[in-house]
Design a protein around this ligand. Structure first.
Ligand code: NAD
Ligand code: ZN
Length: 364
């Protein structure tokens, strides 16, 4: 099968394959990357294991050592990391072995970090099974775990050998996991591709129905957009990658102040995008129509985006502590129109609080 996309990075490149049904017909692709002798590991979580591990291993026709972590963010921990390393070491993996991550962003980030560090780095293949992982976390090479109270603060850039995406697995996702991923999808349109934004507007019914042809194209377009950004700024040193943080300054603050998991990540991002668009309009960087056009699409895709009414002052304080500040100064990624954003600094507390207040209304 021909790759759907090739992602370039400084040490080479890797293919992304996207096709409905791929999970059960990927043996040829795996054959290109996995050594025929020796042990390989399949890292997954308890939910995905129950749903897909058996069908996958049967179809893949390789002998995998299965490593299952508990489903949920808590598995991105030192304890799980060590447990996994122990498991694969005693299971006989060596430098020729490959680690396959089957699951959402949690198994992907965790298994990727294990692959990056076991024996100083071994090959790694991503098979993302949430929409968020398919359009975001499986592309770009960021892997890692959390320290208590500090997300993704230990990790490595480690590129996969290949990414295999089967959109049919989205059918078993909880609705809120799906709409959470869709927020990142809308984000790509707003930050860099007005044509894609229009495409989402015209295809929103098919997206809501999870039409497979539509979802395949959607994932393809998002992976291409993310690849374009990370190819320009692989290690987040040139500023380009910062545009992916649109909505995230607000979202990280919401997650911190309200507690992780209270809102699904993408819903917090949608609330943040709504507040950021209002902030851009208040600063006269963008026309008000950007706010309404974005809110309308979020609503059509059933993505909650109404900003919380409480704790605005705490949210402001949490933003000041965000690790994404540049030289100690907070930057906002703000739209100038649909399809373009700018990095803006020196935004006053009053303007930010006013935007949070207004974003408490859905406005479309
Ligand atoms: N590496 C990156 O660049 C990057 C980017 C964005 C997010 N992330 C990370 O990704 C994580 C969030 O990812 P996520 O939302 O995929 O979380 P997740 O892996 O916890 O998956 C969410 C839930 O969906 C379940 N699930 C997965 N696939 C399923 C399927 N097909 N059907 C039914 N249930 C399924 C999981 O068991 C879990 O309960 C966070 O830790 C975040 O930091 C990383
Ligand atoms: Zn995000």
């Amino acid at each position: 099968m021909k790759p759907s996309l090739i992602v370039n990075h400084r040490f080479g490149n890797y293919p992304i394959y996207i096709r409905a049904g791929l999970l059960e017909c990927c043996t040829d692709i795996l054959g290109e990357f996995l050594a025929t002798s020796g042990q390989h590991a399949l890292v997954t979580d308890s939910n995905v294991e129950r749903l897909y591990a058996q069908a996958f291993t049967k179809a893949a026709n390789f002998d995998f050592q299965k490593q299952i972590c508990p489903a949920g963010e808590a598995s991105k921990s030192f304890a799980q990391y060590e447990h996994l390393l122990d498991g694969i070491l005693h299971g006989g993996l060596d430098r020729q072995s490959t680690i396959i991550a089957l699951g959402g962003g949690v198994p992907g980030d965790l298994a990727g970090f294990v692959a990056a560090t076991f024996m100083r780095g071994i090959p790694f293949i991503q098979i993302p099974t949430t929409l968020l992982a398919q359009v975001d976390s499986s592309v770009g090479g960021k892997t890692g775990i959390n320290l208590a109270g500090s997300k993704n603060s230990v990790g490595a850039f480690w590129q996969p050998q290949a990414v295999l995406i089967d959109p049919t697995v989205l059918q078993t996702l909880e609705p809120e996991q799906l709409t959470s991923g869709l927020a990142e999808v809308v984000k790509y349109g707003v930050i860099m591709d007005a044509e894609f934004f229009l495409w989402l507007e015209s295809n929103s019914d098919a997206v809501n129905d999870l039409d497979m042809e539509t979802m395949t194209e959607l994932i393809h377009r998002c992976c291409a957009l993310k690849a374009e950004v990370v190819e320009e700024d692989e290690r987040e040193t040139r500023g380009r990658r910062a545009i992916l943080n649109y909505g995230h300054t607000f979202a990280h603050a919401i997650e911190k102040v309200f507690g992780y998991g209270v809102f699904p990540h993408g819903h917090a991002v949608a609330m943040g995008m709504h507040a950021a668009a209002i902030l851009a309009a208040n600063l006269r960087l963008a026309d008000r129509s950007v706010v309404t056009q974005q809110a309308k699409l979020l609503k059509r895709l059933q993505i909650p985006h109404q900003f919380p009414h409480e704790h605005h002052d705490e949210l402001w304080k949490a933003m000041q502590r965000d690790k994404k500040t540049v030289a100690g100064e907070l930057h906002f990624v703000l739209p100038t129109r649909i399809g373009n954003v700018e990095l803006v600094k020196s935004v006053s507390r009053a303007k930010v609080l006013e935007s949070m207040e207004l974003a408490g209304h859905t406005m479309e």
